[in-house]
Write a protein that binds this ligand. Structure first.
Ligand code: C5P
Length: 242
């Protein structure tokens, strides 16, 4: 984060199937966060038309759809998303090199079609999985080792960064360089409930570790005043690197 040109790194997770509720939250938070994150829960209930209504509010939108399929299908899926003008689109790195390269090629078509190029971000190992899950899947590494391995592979295939746990930011930046983006869920401001997140970090700590974007849902959306919570978070991270 460049303190001379501070930007708001919070992407608020609009985890609801209810379009009206999502629109109302998005409008209330529009000037208090850096963007919105929309996942399968919202997308499956409201489709591209619903997403368009959020995008039309003018905030950057992260489509957390975690695409994974054969290369041709993922590339075609990304092409279909381009008109919605997402700021970030993500895919599973475990889809492999050919799938990632096909996805990069599809993303790179955006500008020729008159759209801003979204960032293409890779999902490493979802944070709900642990070392035992790696063993069960036949992967002979710890979850952390596998995350670094996958981040390097994603970078080699031309992805712009990864979604990762706050505890993996430093190792990923060391392995892939500071320009490789880290998008970090599991963030909890001091004094808020961890909910079902296991290894949490405060917004300030995560930014100090080098996080580029913070994905924050319930601490903001379920606060008594979502606006005040979003404001507090912005103030706490604004000069965190000074
Ligand atoms: O409410 P909370 O702040 O826990 O929401 C975090 C958001 O980030 C949710 O939308 C969740 O699906 C997403 N996410 C996550 N952990 C990952 C990947 C995505 O919590 N590893």
């Amino acid at each position: 984060m460049n303190s001379n040109n501070p930007y708001n790194p919070t992407l608020v997770a609009l985890d609801t199937p209810d379009l009206k509720h999502a629109l109302s939250l998005a409008k209330r938070l529009a000037n208090k966060v850096g963007g919105m994150k929309i996942g399968l829960e919202f997308f499956n209930a409201n489709g591209p038309q619903g997403v368009k209504q959020i995008v039309d509010l003018g905030m950057p939108v992260f489509f957390d759809l975690k695409l994974s399929d054969i290369p041709n299908t993922v590339a075609a899926g990304i092409r279909s998303l381009l008109p919605l003008e997402a700021f970030i689109i993500n895919i599973h790195i475990l889809g492999g090199r050919q799938m990632m390269q096909a996805a990069v090629a599809a993303i790179n078509e955006a500008e020729g079609l008159g759209y801003a190029r979204p960032m293409l971000i890779g999902v490493t190992i979802v944070t709900s999985m642990e070392d035992a899950d790696m063993q069960e899947l036949g992967i002979n590494r710890t979850a952390s080792e596998q995350v670094i391995h996958l981040a390097k592979l994603a970078q080699d295939c031309g992805l712009d960064g990864v979604v990762c746990s706050s505890h993996e930011i430093a190792a990923i930046k060391a392995a892939c360089g500071t320009e490789f983006k880290t998008i970090v869920p599991g963030i909890r401001p001091k004094g808020t409930s961890a909910d079902d997140q296991k290894r949490v970090m405060t917004p300030t700590e995560a930014i100090k570790q080098g996080a580029d974007y913070l994905v924050i849902g319930r601490p903001i959306t379920q606060a008594d005043s979502p606006e005040d919570m979003a404001d507090d978070i912005w103030q706490s991270v604004r000069y965190a690197d000074l």
